[in-house]
Design a protein around this ligand. Structure first.
Ligand code: AMP
Length: 445
């Protein structure tokens, strides 16, 4: 029989790695709460037209990466419907904003999410078909200040603080402005004109993009096309005065609070809905490798930890009210890879998670009392591993030593006297501790 395996581009997350996932999620919730964000959870699948309209038909995501299926009607009252596993979460959040009339409060909505997204991309290091994103959106009616450059700066400052608090070092904030919805058509026309005489010399992908979506040519990482791309017009020269002033105000606020950045005039990002400020946080550096061999980039060919920007017209594109907004999505998988690589190259490795104690019942008739003791200690907040009375003492010590900092022996005598034998593996010290003082004693170790 052929063995069934996780589908290409997906993977299982196992302990102890999942501890790191949980730590990142806990840091997210803690940091984002300080900025008064609340959590939103939208469905994992949506009507296909949400992404076609919201992300853009011409994007790589919609044109070739979505998991889409025809969902058959199950009853007369239902209609067959084209559904899609969400490839990103901003469209879903904006759909929910419109559906629940969140704008009617007149206040800014500050929403964050953590969850899986799905894209049929070519799997490689740092790029998966099911991957996790942490994202946030600040959206609301213009009267709530949703267009203000202060919102952009606040989101960027939050991200800088988040990455610092997580312990990620060496990140770079890369920024650009892609202008308003009236600036972009002028720029795209100029790009088309500049590309027309040279596009035949470019890669097949870029030839296609030059026709369908010339902005995407700037996104291209194809080294062979670099020289041509460097000669193309820059969007900064096509911004109207309002967009220029908006961008200048974002930069001034970042300067004032000491968040460093680089401007990259080619940063246009992969999704159609962006306006004005767009950004990425990247991380360079190499993963440590065996002696002599060169290191490989931490994130493989992908160096973007996260990306985002303003989407002032998205709500209207989805049939909603005017609701400018700014948001970002960051790859949880890529945060993990970065933290793991940076921890591995740090001089000291952090110790694996150990249980506070391993309880060894000395005989199967002591299994139930051992479970009771484990329950009490766990309720006191301790991390406890429970052995089995069928194990020989030697085996209990071997397993305990692998899993826990101490072993608690629960034999006939201990059961009768209520005084337990505890051995600390690190010091070799063996002590007798009354059951009533055990939790306290283990906590103090
Ligand atoms: P995007 O929605 O394409 O702007 O992506 C935002 C962030 O999500 C990226 O910067 C990555 O960190 C992450 N990301 C996007 N696609 C993938 C993928 N296929 N695998 C892992 N992470 C991804």
């Amino acid at each position: 029989m052929t063995l069934l395996k996780a589908v290409r581009g997906t993977r299982d997350l196992l302990p102890p790695e999942t501890d790191l996932w949980n730590r990142i999620e806990a840091t997210t919730r803690r940091v984002f709460a300080r900025y008064n964000f609340g959590e939103i959870r939208t469905p994992i699948f949506e009507d296909t037209s949400l992404f076609a309209r919201g992300v853009g038909e011409e994007t790589d995501i919609v044109s070739k990466e979505m998991y889409t299926w025809e969902d058959r009607a199950r009853a007369q009252s239902e209609k067959a419907q084209s559904l899609t596993l969400r490839p990103e979460n901003t469209a879903g959040v904006v759909r929910a904003y419109i559906e629940h009339k969140l704008g009617e409060s007149g206040l800014l909505q500050k929403l964050y999410y953590i969850g899986p997204q799905f894209r049929r991309e070519r799997p490689q290091k740092g790029r998966y078909r099911q991957f996790w994103q942490i994202g946030a959106e600040v959206i609301g009616p213009p009267s709530a200040g949703s267009e203000s450059p202060l919102r952009d700066a606040e989101v960027l400052e939050m991200l800088a603080s988040f990455l610092d608090e997580l312990g990620i070092t060496g990140w770079t904030l890369v920024l650009n402005s892609v202008g308003s919805s009236t600036d972009r058509p002028k720029y795209i026309a100029a790009l088309r004109e500049a590309l027309a005489p040279v596009k035949d010399q470019m890669s097949a992908d870029n030839q296609r993009r030059a026709e369908t979506n010339p902005l995407r040519v700037l996104d291209s990482k194809d080294p062979a096309d670099e020289a041509i791309i460097a000669t193309l017009p820059k969007i900064a020269d096509y911004l109207d005065d309002a967009s220029k002033a908006h961008f200048a105000a974002v930069l001034a606020a970042l300067d004032a609070c000491g968040v460093q950045y680089e401007i990259n005039p080619r940063l246009v990002r992969g999704l159609d809905y962006y306006t004005r400020t767009t950004f990425e946080f990247t991380v360079g550096g190499l993963s440590p490798q065996r002696a002599g061999a060169p290191g490989t980039p931490i994130l493989g060919a992908q160096n973007a930890l996260l990306g985002g920007g303003r989407y002032d017209g998205l709500s209207e594109m989805l049939g909603g009210p005017k609701a400018p907004g700014i948001g970002f999505a960051m790859g949880l998988d890529r945060l993990i890879l970065t933290l793991q690589a940076q921890a591995a190259s740090a001089p000291e490795k952090s110790a694996p998670a150990f249980a506070d104690a391993f309880i060894a019942p000395l005989g199967e008739h002591l299994n139930a009392p051992a479970l009771t003791l484990a329950r009490e200690l766990r309720r006191a907040g301790l991390r406890i591993e429970l052995g089995d009375g069928a194990f020989r003492l030697k085996k209990s010590f071997e397993i305990g030593n692998k899993l826990a900092r101490a072993i608690i022996l629960l034999g006939e005598d201990e059961q009768a006297s209520g005084i337990l034998t505890v051995k600390n593996f690190a010091t070799g010290e063996q002590t007798k501790i009354p059951a009533s003082e055990l939790a306290q004693a283990l906590q103090n170790r």
